[in-house]
Design a protein around this ligand. Structure first.
Ligand code: IMP
Ligand code: MG
Length: 180
C-alpha cells in the first residue's frame, strides 16, 4: 500500500481544504477587475489548481505549461526544459502561476522570466508549499500555503518518480524509498 512508504503526514486533507479556501478568498479580493489567467505548472500543481480555481469567485481563464527539471532524482538539476508551452496570448493578462512547491526556486525563476517577456500586465506566484531553507535563487511567493522543512514530500499532486500524486494528503516519503 502507498501509505506504507510514508514516514508521516505533514499536511492533512482537512488542512489542505481550509488553506485552499483561504488563498482563494485572498486572490478573489486582490484580482477583482483584473484580467486573471491561472497558469498551472504540470504535473505537480494539477490538484492544487483544480481546487484553487473553484475557490476563486472571479471570471478567469486557465492554461497549462509543462517543464522538467528533476528527472527521477529528488533535487533540481537547474536545467529547465519546456515540454509544453502556454497556448494563451499573454498581452495585458494578469498571470498567477500556480505551483505545487517552491524549492530551490530555479524552475519558477526561469518560468517567470520567460513569461514576463510576452506583454503580461503582471505576474505573481501562488505555491501550495514552500521550502525556504533550500532556496538558491531569490524568489518570494505572493501566496503560499504551508512553509515546510527540508524533507522530500509527496501527495496532493507531488510525486516521487511520477508516483504518489494521488495521495489525498501531503506526506514525508520514507528516505529508504528513494535511497534504494
Ligand atoms: P525548484 O526548481 O528547485 O524550485 O523545484 C521545483 C519543483 O521541484 C517542484 O515543482 C516539484 O516538482 C519539485 N520538487 C521540489 N521539492 C519536492 C518535494 O519535496 N517533493 C516532490 N517534488 C518536489
Ligand atoms: Mg513540479
Amino acid at each position: 500500500m502507498m501509505k506504507n512508504d510514508i514516514e508521516r503526514v505533514l499536511v492533512t486533507e482537512e488542512e489542505l481544504k481550509e488553506k485552499v479556501k483561504e488563498i482563494g478568498a485572498r486572490i478573489t479580493a486582490d484580482y477583482a477587475g483584473k484580467n486573471l489567467l491561472l497558469v498551472s505548472v504540470l504535473k505537480g500543481s494539477v490538484i492544487f489548481m483544480a481546487d484553487l480555481m473553484r475557490a476563486i469567485d472571479l471570471p478567469c481563464t486557465i492554461d497549462f505549461m509543462c517543464v522538467s527539471s528533476y528527472g527521477a532524482g529528488t533535487k533540481s538539476s537547474g536545467v529547465v526544459k519546456i515540454i509544453k508551452d502556454l497556448d494563451t496570448d499573454l498581452h495585458g493578462r494578469d498571470l498567477l502561476i500556480v505551483e505545487d512547491i517552491l524549492d530551490s526556486g530555479k524552475t519558477l525563476h526561469y518560468i517567470t522570466k520567460m513569461l514576463s517577456d510576452r506583454g503580461t500586465s503582471s505576474i505573481r506566484i501562488a505555491t501550495l508549499l514552500d521550502k525556504p531553507e533550500r532556496r538558491t535563487v531569490p524568489l518570494t511567493p505572493d501566496y503560499s500555503g504551508f512553509v515546510i522543512p527540508d524533507k522530500f514530500v509527496v501527495g496532493y499532486g507531488l510525486d516521487y518518480d511520477e508516483k504518489y500524486r494521488n495521495l489525498p494528503y501531503i506526506g514525508v516519503l520514507k528516505p529508504e524509498v528513494y535511497e534504494k
